[in-house]
Ligand binder design. Structure first.
Ligand SMILES: Cc1cc2nc3c(=O)[nH]c(=O)nc-3n(C[C@H](O)[C@H](O)[C@H](O)COP(=O)(O)O)c2cc1C
Length: 173
């Protein structure tokens, strides 16, 4: 049967409700600008895009206070948070807070602000910034990867933080 191509106006609320049901990873994306100021935000929009070359994307709202800094950044770091790091996720999503004040983010690979206990850290060179509606899609070329053995990732679903149910044997080593 042919696809019905007629466009319907999906209610924004319906769309948000539907997307809330889709689990996503929780990452803190960081960068540092030329003056040495650190920037970071929590995101669940992190996606692996390409293997060769290794590319990832993180989408950042155009109204975010960090938008200007990230869209001109040469490099950024994606920190995939562990299941016991929901507090870090909340802090890096809090408007007006000094997100780096707690001191749990330190200069790591290539001097970028990193979360030492993250499940995975990816150092990225900015490959492209693509328009994505009310978000900008940061496309990163992965330069370095660090993986913490035995740490389980934090998940965001139904507007809350959750843990995966993977058996211990399935955890990355
Ligand atoms: C679990 C979680 C996931 C989020 N995912 C995104 C995301 O993918 N993209 C984004 O722009 N903001 C995301 N946010 C919101 C940002 O972390 C932040 O609150 C927003 O950019 C407003 O920050 P501002 O005060 O810097 O403007 C998320 C927040 C939470 C708690």
């Amino acid at each position: 049967m042919p696809v019905d191509t007629q466009e319907t106006d999906t209610e924004e609320l319906d769309f948000m409700r539907a997307m809330a049901r889709v689990p996503g990873p929780v990452v803190v994306t960081t960068t540092v600008d030329e003056s040495g100021r650190r920037w970071g935000f929590t995101a669940s929009s992190f996606v692996s895009l390409s293997l060769a070359p290794p590319l990832v994307t993180v989408s950042l709202g155009k109204k975010a206070s960090t938008h200007a800094a990230f869209t001109v950044a040469d490099h950024f770091m994606v920190n995939v948070l562990a299941e016991d790091q929901a507090d870090v996720a909340r802090r890096f999503a809090t408007s007006g807070a000094d997100r780096f004040a707690a001191g749990d983010t330190v200069p790591l690979e290539r001097g970028l602000p990193g979360v030492p206990e993250a499940v995975v850290r990816l150092v990225c060179r900015m490959h492209d910034v693509v328009d994505g509606g009310d978000h900008s899609i940061l496309v990163g070329r992965v330069l370095d990867c660090a993986t913490a053995a035995g740490r389980a990732p934090l998940v965001y679903v139904d507007r809350g933080f959750a843990r995966t149910a993977a058996p211990e044997g399935a955890r990355a080593r």
